[in-house]
Design a protein around this ligand. Structure first.
Ligand code: 5GP
Length: 192
């Protein structure tokens, strides 16, 4: 009997919408889901581990991987390169394992082009103004970076209707529980 392929679940959201927290809660609840570790040229943050959060590589190494066709998709986001590794996705889904991707909006749409069976989930803030407020309040970016994130958020929000599911993060606990019920339906009940 042929092994059933794993599912690709791609989560996207504008910066500050709570995507990372939601994805972490899902990974804790569903240990059978594997997190797709992307490659990036951005610097490692103090709480991150190479090979766990990302493969941190140089721009030359990244370009070499592009030339060798090693990415499913790659994007330049806020001055750095980010890419989903083909080998990671294919090895796992062909072995029946489902993978979760946390990638930018354009990357997710590109994944859908290549794997039409992938499920795309968009985490949206209740409003654009609320997003700007959250980003400003968290004070993790300098002014220039903040501006870039806000500009990019406009583009990202304009593409949310292209996603299979949209989860609103107005209240974090509710958004986490909505996301968990959705994943439960997709991976255990086969809903798409
Ligand atoms: P951060 O630097 O905050 O970890 O990520 C910045 C943005 O890049 C986020 O929207 C994140 O989801 C996205 N990202 C991370 N990995 C990938 C990837 O492999 N491909 C694409 N297209 N975007 C990614």
């Amino acid at each position: 009997m042929e092994l059933k392929k794993g599912v690709i679940l791609a989560f996207s959201a504008p910066s500050g919408a709570g995507k990372t927290t939601i994805v972490r809660s899902i990974l804790a609840e569903f240990p059978e889901l594997l997190f797709s570790v992307s490659a990036t040229t951005r610097k490692k943050r103090h709480n991150e581990k190479n090979g766990v959060d990302y493969f941190f590589i140089t721009e030359d190494e990244f370009k070499n991987k592009i030339d060798h066709n090693e990415f499913v998709e790659w994007e330049k986001v806020y001055d750095y390169y980010y890419g989903t590794l083909k080998s990671y996705i294919n090895d796992n889904i062909n072995n029946g394992k489902s993978v979760i991707l946390e990638i930018d909006v354009k990357g997710a749409l590109e994944v859908k082009n290549i794997y039409p069976e992938a499920v795309l989930i968009f985490i949206t803030p209740p409003s654009f103004d609320e997003l700007v407020k959250r980003l400003t309040n968290r004070q993790t970016e300098d002014e220039d970076d903040l501006k870039k994130r806000i500009e990019r958020a406009k583009m990202e929000l304009s593409l949310k209707n292209k996603f299979d599911y949209v989860i609103e993060n107005n209240e974090l606990d509710k958004a986490v529980s909505d996301a968990k019920s959705l994943i439960e339906k997709i991976i255990h009940k086969g809903e798409r």
